[in-house]
Design a protein around this ligand. Structure first.
Ligand code: BGC
Length: 250
């Protein structure tokens, strides 16, 4: 495997990229962040990704992983929850190759963050069934079984009590609806209790900015499964994208 790879994380507010040392899972040099264009159409975002790799001066041959806030099946986005709807059915492998002048490895943002936590972070060296969720505008998920990622799970869109789960239990909704920690924890209890019932995991890892405040909500939850906060926080998407790209670049 390469020792250095590049990760690019496409989010609703920013497109971020960095070179990553794959031995340590740490950035080499600075992270670049460019605001997500508005409207965030595929072509506009791809042009920003180009800008990111130019600023990072990523050499040809260095694997590049790019994350999307959506599932990516065979290089194509089947639906998009929280970014411009023009992404639906876009072949992102083709789009990125056209703009970046080289092949990239495209993957889901939560999958990237989840494998980063297993490779370098909170779940490093842990076997069994790990359910990683990332809390933000939506809820992203990654399931890792004995180190192997089950790609493109969408546990944020479980329908619970007639509602798309992320519309009720995401940290974005906590902010939008002005919920206090207790009120939000009730929703989390319903959500993670249901996921636990369906999957019986060995470990929950919770990422996203709100996991910095884990002591405000994790102690309020009554689950059989241990739950721990993510460790990499802001860097997880980029680090995981780089790691995955190094493993899957041809
Ligand atoms: C999307 C997922 C994504 C998550 C976090 C959800 O709405 O469907 O694919 O991982 O948001 O961005």
């Amino acid at each position: 495997m390469a020792h250095v790879a590049c990760g690019i994380d496409i989010g609703g507010s920013g497109v971020k990229g960095a070179l990553v040392d794959l031995e340590t899972g740490e950035y080499i040099g600075e992270q670049i962040r460019i605001p997500t264009p508005n409207p965030a159409t595929p072509e506009a975002v791809a042009a920003v990704c180009r800008e990111v790799i130019d600023q990072l001066d990523v050499k040809i041959g260095v694997p590049i992983g790019v994350t999307f806030p959506a599932p990516v099946f065979d290089g194509v986005i089947p639906y998009m929850a929280n970014l411009d709807q023009s992404w639906v059915n876009v072949d992102v492998d083709e789009l990125m190759e056209r703009y970046l002048g080289r092949a990239v490895v495209a993957l889901n943002d939560a999958d990237a963050a989840g494998i980063a936590e297993v490779a370098y972070g909170a779940a490093k060296g842990r076997d069994g069934v790990i359910v990683f969720t990332t809390q933000g505008t939506g809820i992203g998920s990654a399931i890792i079984v004995n180190g192997t990622l089950l790609t493109n799970t969408e546990l944020g869109h479980l329908e619970i009590d007639g509602t798309d789960a992320e519309k009720n239990a995401s940290s974005g909704q906590k902010t939008l609806q002005g919920l206090d920690w207790e009120q939000w924890a009730e929703r989390l209890q319903r959500y993670y209790g249901h996921v636990e019932f369906l999957l019986n995991p060995d470990l929950f890892v919770v990422g996203g900015g709100v996991s910095e405040n884990h002591e405000k909500f994790m102690p309020l939850l009554k689950l059989k499964t241990p739950m721990i906060p993510a460790k990499l926080l802001n860097t997880a998407g980029i680090v995981g994208a780089a790691y995955y790209a190094a493993q899957h670049s041809s």
